[in-house]
Design a protein around this ligand. Structure first.
Ligand code: CMC
Length: 433
């Protein structure tokens, strides 16, 4: 990050006063106007609901160019990472800033493997939930509760404590998510197995039972690993900003990740993959697609085409392209090429990409459009889709949280407001109201 000689001048037309603000350049991408002194200078706040023009932090982790459809982690293209790396290699990259060499990767895999078990008492938290609880409600509660179990790594000013918490979070998420599923179907929890890879372990904890081992298909394990890579981090989205904002007060990392999970749950964010599948099921047949497109375009109808559009991508989401390819591989492996939902999805995508409304508004398929179909083909229930997103994104959240703690410019997040309520009112006693 460098201060340039460029400035932006703001003039108040009401009194002719002017102020100059420095422009800062990052290594790539749009510069930012440094308005930290704006309120002190002008007595005004800036107004930007939804933060569409606001940079909330400086970060060296993930770069997105939404117009070009580019996503890079620590400078590496998502396409290369998805094709050549495992999820744990990408996790290492996000956390530590560099790709690991073979020795570093082996050590990291070992560390993560030996943190996959959860304190046995945590199992009682699961028993407290109703069987029909949404697994996102369960993982949000259980992750928040971890701070009551791992006191030995909660000093956020100690880099070693932070590192242990990061390892614990990444290692335990597959166990926590798989157990939320097991609890909902009334099956016993399956404990992690150290000889398996991260993705294999998760699939086994989801699908094995004490009576029957789960035969792990290498294609499905690879697809799951790739899905985790594609969801690992995505710059300052709603859930990551939530994690940063929560952490800015000094809250512990488990509490911060629980806040991130809550934010991710919404259908405009991570909940969209679940919503895509529900939408495709509701459409039911290719014939009904035009009716659905009509509804999505109508100003009077709140219906939106789920899995389409993105705040940042005004081009094809690069993750969606890889996801579409993975989807075909998985359906081929499972002999499900003619899966009706895939036919509907492909036709919907074709029609939407040609439709003026979607073209003009630059609404392209996003990462969630195909991931739901893959999950379904793997036998993962719809309610678990967002949990898998949360599992993967935990790596991004915890990397961004760590970066924030180490940032000398970090302050507690405290946005201001444009007040539109009553300015002042005379109090009326209860009897007179
Ligand atoms: N279907 C129909 N119209 C849409 C859609 C859609 N999926 N998305 C945006 N639009 C329209 C919207 O009505 C608006 O029209 P107008 O300018 O006439 O008012 C215009 O496009 C711009 O939309 P916006 O809501 O102002 O854009 P945003 O950046 O605030 O919202 C979004 C981005 C992702 C929330 C939105 O596109 C959406 O709701 N998509 C469907 C949900 C979805 O797939 N979410 C997953 C996002 S990717 C995974 C993740 O990051 O979590």
């Amino acid at each position: 990050m460098s201060k340039t000689k460029k400035t932006v001048t703001v003039t108040d037309n009401r009194n002719g006063k002017s102020w100059e603000y420095p422009v800062m350049d990052g290594s790539i991408g749009p510069g930012v106007v440094d308005i930290r002194k704006f309120y002190a200078d002008t007595g005004m706040f800036t107004y930007d609901p939804g933060f569409t023009s606001t940079g909330s932090c400086a970060s060296g982790i993930t770069y997105i160019d939404g117009d070009e459809g580019i996503l890079r982690h620590r400078g590496y293209a998502i396409e290369d990472l998805a094709q050549h790396c495992t999820f744990l290699e990408v996790a290492y990259l996000l956390l530590r800033g560099e790709l690991p060499n073979p020795k570093e990767l082996k050590e990291f895999e070992g560390t993560i493997t030996y943190h996959t078990m959860i304190h046995e008492q945590v199992t009682r938290f699961y028993q407290g939930f109703r069987r029909d609880a949404h697994p996102m409600a369960i993982i949000c509660g259980v992750v928040g509760a971890l701070s009551a179990f791992y006191h030995d790594s909660l000093d956020i000013s100690d880099p070693h404590h932070r590192m242990i918490s990061q390892h614990r979070m990444i290692a335990k998420m597959p166990t926590i998510a798989a157990w939320a599923y097991k609890y909902s179907i009334g099956q016993p929890f399956i404990y992690p197995k150290n000889e398996l890879s991260y993705a294999e372990n998760f699939l086994r904890m989801m699908f094995a039972t004490p009576c029957e081992e789960y035969k792990i298909s290498p294609t499905l394990a690879k697809a799951m690993d790739r899905i985790l890579i594609l969801h690992a981090d995505h710059e300052q989205n709603a859930s990551t900003s939530t994690v940063r904002l929560t952490g800015s007060s000094g809250a512990n990392p488990f509490a911060c990740v629980a806040a991130g999970i809550a934010s991710l749950w919404g259908p405009a964010h991570g909940g969209a993959n679940e919503a895509v599948l529900k939408m495709l099921a509701e459409i039911g047949t290719v014939k009904r697609i035009p009716e659905c497109i009509k509804r999505a375009k109508s100003k009077d109808d709140p219906f939106r085409l789920m899995g389409f559009g993105h705040r940042v991508y005004k081009n094809y989401d690069p993750r969606a392209k890889i996801m579409a390819q993975t989807c075909k591989e998985v359906l081929d492996e499972l002999g499900m090429k003619n899966e009706p939902l895939l036919q509907i999805a492909m036709e919907l995508e074709r029609i939407a990409l040609e439709d003026d409304y979607f073209v003009q508004k630059k609404l392209y398929p996003n990462v969630d459009f195909y991931s739901g179909i893959i999950f379904r083909a793997m036998g993962i229930p719809v309610s678990m889709f967002t949990c898998i997103f949360a599992l993967a994104r935990t790596t991004g959240w915890i990397s961004q949280w760590n970066e924030m703690i180490g940032d000398p410019d970090q302050k507690i997040g405290r946005p201001r407001q444009l007040f539109t309520g009553h300015a002042q009112r005379k109090f009326v006693p209860l009897k007179k109201r």
